[in-house]
Design a binder for this molecule. Structure first.
Ligand SMILES: Cc1cc2nc3c(=O)[nH]c(=O)nc-3n(C[C@H](O)[C@H](O)[C@H](O)COP(=O)(O)O)c2cc1C
Length: 198
């Protein structure tokens, strides 16, 4: 079993989630943009794991993980660690932990609390999902791609969001390999049930 863990999954939805700042938001420390394993070593060690310790990640690990996945690496240009088609940046990363559900606000480097319920168990269908300390939920805001509520969503509308999510998820895998964390990207997600819980 890895020393500590992170678990990630994919989810694509139309709706944006609106939130108000609460006192339960988590201010993250600045990401450590130096160090880690050399890229070729991280690539050599990148692998899926499905056996997780329930131990929480440190705030520094969370910050580094989220920055690696989808943080701003060129803040002056508002550009990120992963590419997105036409730079639309339609993917939002939600973080499900024991203490609740959060939206990663990459610009402010804050986890904005959506609610205080532990919904990890509905983030997937596999038994490790409910106890892994972190589930990342990738949500596509198709409104940023010009779609309106009630519009038909076609497979080609979802092509870029799926692709963009793949880039973010690979960044997460590589960070985990570098930080000796476990990771599994998952498509086995009860999307409708999870959407209700979110
Ligand atoms: C789009 C996608 C969906 C996946 N869904 C799941 C999943 O729901 N559950 C799971 O345990 N693994 C899932 N995986 C992980 C693959 O099973 C894993 O990447 C594959 O077995 C190769 O192993 P590796 O990542 O160690 O190279 C998924 C991988 C991808 C790319």
């Amino acid at each position: 079993m890895k020393q500590s863990i992170v678990l990630s999954l994919t989810l694509l939805m139309f709706n944006s989630f609106f939130f108000m700042a609460t006192s339960q938001d988590i201010a993250l420390p600045a990401p450590d943009r130096t160090g880690g394993k050399p890229l070729m070593q991280a690539l050599s060690e990148r692998a899926t794991t499905r056996n997780f310790s329930p131990a929480d990640l440190s705030l520094q690990q969370l910050s580094d993980l989220l920055w690696a996945g989808w943080g701003f690496n060129r803040p002056a240009e508002k550009k990120r660690t992963a590419p997105s088609a036409r730079n639309v940046q339609e993917i939002d990363v939600y973080v499900s932990m024991k203490s609740g559900l959060y939206l990663y606000d990459a610009e402010a480097n804050i986890l904005r609390q959506i609610h205080g319920r532990d919904i990890r168990a509905v983030c997937g269908t596999q038994d490790f999902v409910g106890t892994a300390p972190v589930n990342l939920i990738y949500v596509a805001d198709l409104g940023k791609m010009g779609k309106k509520e009630g519009d038909e969503i076609t497979d080609s509308d979802l092509l870029y969001p799926w692709t963009n999510t793949g880039f973010i998820a690979q960044n997460v895998y590589l960070y985990c390999a570098s930080a000796n964390l476990g990771c599994v990207i998952r498509g086995l997600v009860p999307r409708e049930r999870l959407a209700v819980e979110m």
